[in-house]
Structure formats: C-alpha cells, structure tokens
Ligand binder design. Structure first.
Ligand SMILES: O=C(O)CCC(=O)C(=O)O
Ligand SMILES: [Fe+2]
Length: 339
C-alpha cells in the first residue's frame, strides 16, 4: 500500500505490534462491494458520491455556516480521545477520572483555538451529531448527500433507521482508540486523511473490553502505543485490516467490528461525517451463532447480572463460581468463586 500519490506516505504511520492486511478498496458499482457489506465485512468505497456536496466543508466554511450553537469539543492532554459514557459515571463510577474533558463551544471559537494551537497545548477534537441548529447552507449540502444509494443499501441489508450523523473535526495526530460500536457505520472522509485499523468481532477476548457498566464500555483496555502484554497476553495474536481514508472515500465499519481511527501526522486537520444505522432484526437464528451474535448475548448477560446484583463488584465472583471447574477444565480452588 503506497498512497504517496494521494497525499500520504506509509512512513508517517505509527508502527504497532500486530500485522494488518489492506481493506479492499472498490467501486460501489462492483458487485463484490455489496457482497462484502452484506457479509458484514469492511470495505472502502471510492466513488459513492455520498458526501460530495460536503467536500467543501473546510474550517472557514463550517465556521461561517454551522450557526451560533455550541458544539461538543473534547480536550485531551495527549493525542488520545478515549470515549466515556457520562451517564455511566453518575450511575456506578463516582471515582472515575475522565481521560478527556468536554467543553462546549461555538464553531468559530473552536476554529480560532485550532488556528492558535501550538505544540505542548492541550489537543482538541470536535465531535457533534448534526442537528437542526446548523445553518441553511449546511442543510442544503446535507440534502444533496447521495441518499438514494444509502437507502437502497439500507433496504437490501435490512438495517434499521439512520440514528445520527456524527461530525468529527480533529487535529492531525489525534487518535480515537480502539473500540466497537453497536451500529452499522458508513464513515465518510471529507477533509484530510485518516488511518482506520479494524479487527473482526471474533477478537472480542483478545482486545479486553471494559465491563458493560464501566464508563469506557465498548472501549478496549489495550493501548496500542504502550501494550501491556503481561496483563493482556491475548493481544499477541491480533491480526487486523487497515486503510488510509482520503477525501470522498467511504469506509463501511460493520457493527461490532473493533476500530481505531487516527488522523495522520503532518497532514493537517481532518473532517469526517459518519452515518450510523441500527442493525437489522435477526430473522432466523442459525447455529453456531456468529461472533457478533455471541457478543450481543454476552452483553445482555452482563447487563442482566448487574441488574439483579446491583453491585458491579459482585458480577465477577458470581460468574467465576458459575464457570470455573464446571464449564472449564480447571479445578475450582474453592475461593476463586467466593459468593
Ligand atoms: O473518526 C474518529 O475519530 C472516530 C470515528 C468512530 O469511531 C466512528 O465513526 O464510529
Ligand atoms: Fe466508532
């Protein structure tokens, strides 16, 4: 993979400890592209014209047309912006220290901060769902998205409704650490370049997700830049797929696929917009279940246990008592599973 012609070079990419294969890059008219989407596999579509009307959404255009509403901007001391659920902090984790801080600001204020930024300052990342407060020009651009193409795919794949379009405006080198989402995603790059590293849902246990009650639910506990192999030995077996997404390109991130997204260093800021769709209803369940179906089952079991026990600290001992020596080859030591 050498994208120097399209504006980036391989040596700009962080070196990680796992191998990756390139994600297929196809025309949206190629039948294989639709096949991959139907099979819930990632694919880069190079010519959807999905957001061509938004390729002009640079900082000045957005500052002028986003309206005067305040937008969600995350502030980080380093280049990582790990998501956390504010409601889950209130519910269970009063001692949780958020790794980033949310500051709401108007778009012109955000752009001013971006332009004034210098090495050593805190980094910023705007992440805001598009809503009806945006100005008329943005509404017009939005209406010109290639909805026809999207609607056909949504129907073909039996997806649920579009739930939101997240607008992401980031600084070069910003990283959204590895996590999975519970929705289907068409991720559309508008300005600048993003490296997208994905892992299949079967890597669930090798990426060590936080427990569901935790504010970092759906995020991996693993840090690719500082991997702790003693604590997370399964990561040594990771194999990913990746691509660098440029303006006008769309990446399908299937539901439950792990992804880490990095704005390339030294290539300027980035603007992206995503399309999140609810997954389709499961029609006929076939066994063995697919990894993503097992993952959904595990999430439900975890949530039910928490609902019953009320205390996250009680979930682990109960699960250990249920499993060790009964569903595992290990002999129970009699204290592992203290209820
Ligand atoms: O672009 C990013 O930084 C993160 C995007 C993401 O995780 C998503 O669209 O699901
Ligand atoms: Fe995501």
């Amino acid at each position: 993979m050498n994208g120097s012609a399209s504006g980036w070079e391989k040596r700009q990419l962080n070196k990680y400890f796992f191998n990756t294969e390139p994600i297929p890059r196809l025309s949206c008219h190629d039948p294989l592209a639709e096949e991959l989407i139907a099979q819930e596999k990632p694919v880069v579509l190079t010519d959807t014209k999905l957001c061509d009307s938004a390729l002009k959404w640079d900082l000045d255009y957005l500052a002028e047309n986003m309206g005067s509403e305040k937008y969600m901007v995350f502030v980080s001391k380093d280049n990582k912006f790990k998501y956390y659920d504010e409601a889950k902090i209130r519910q269970y984790s009063s001692n949780f220290i958020p790794p980033t801080r949310r500051v709401d600001m108007s778009f012109p204020e955000f752009v001013r901060k971006l332009k004034e930024w210098k090495e050593g300052d805190e980094r910023i990342y705007l992440q805001q769902g598009l809503n009806n407060t945006v100005g008329q020009a943005i509404v017009m651009d939005f209406l010109q998205f290639n909805w026809e193409w999207l609607n056909v795919l949504q129907k073909k794949n039996n997806w649920g409704p579009l739930t939101s379009n997240l607008l992401l405006v980031g600084m070069e080198s910003n990283i959204t650490p590895v996590h999975y989402d519970e929705q289907q995603n068409f991720f559309c790059q508008l300005v600048g370049y993003k490296r997208c590293i994905l892992f299949a849902p079967e890597y669930y246990d090798r990426l060590y997700p936080y427990p569901v009650y935790h504010p970092h639910d759906r995020q991996s506990q693993v840090d690719f830049e500082n991997p702790d192999f003693e604590r997370f030995p399964g990561m040594t077996h990771l194999e990913g797929v990746e691509t660098v997404l440029g303006p006008g390109e769309v990446l399908h991130i299937p539901m439950y696929w792990w992804h880490q997204i990095e704005s390339l260093p030294n290539r300027g800021h980035t603007v992206s917009v995503n399309f999140w769709y609810k997954g389709g209803p499961t029609e006929k369940v076939e066994h063995p279940l697919k990894p993503q179906q097992k993952l959904a089952v595990m999430r439900n079991i975890e949530k039910m246990l928490l609902e019953a026990l009320k205390d996250p600290a009680e979930v682990g001992p109960l699960l250990r008592a249920l499993v060790i020596g009964r569903y595992t080859g290990q002999v129970a030591e009699g204290q592992e599973g203290k209820l």
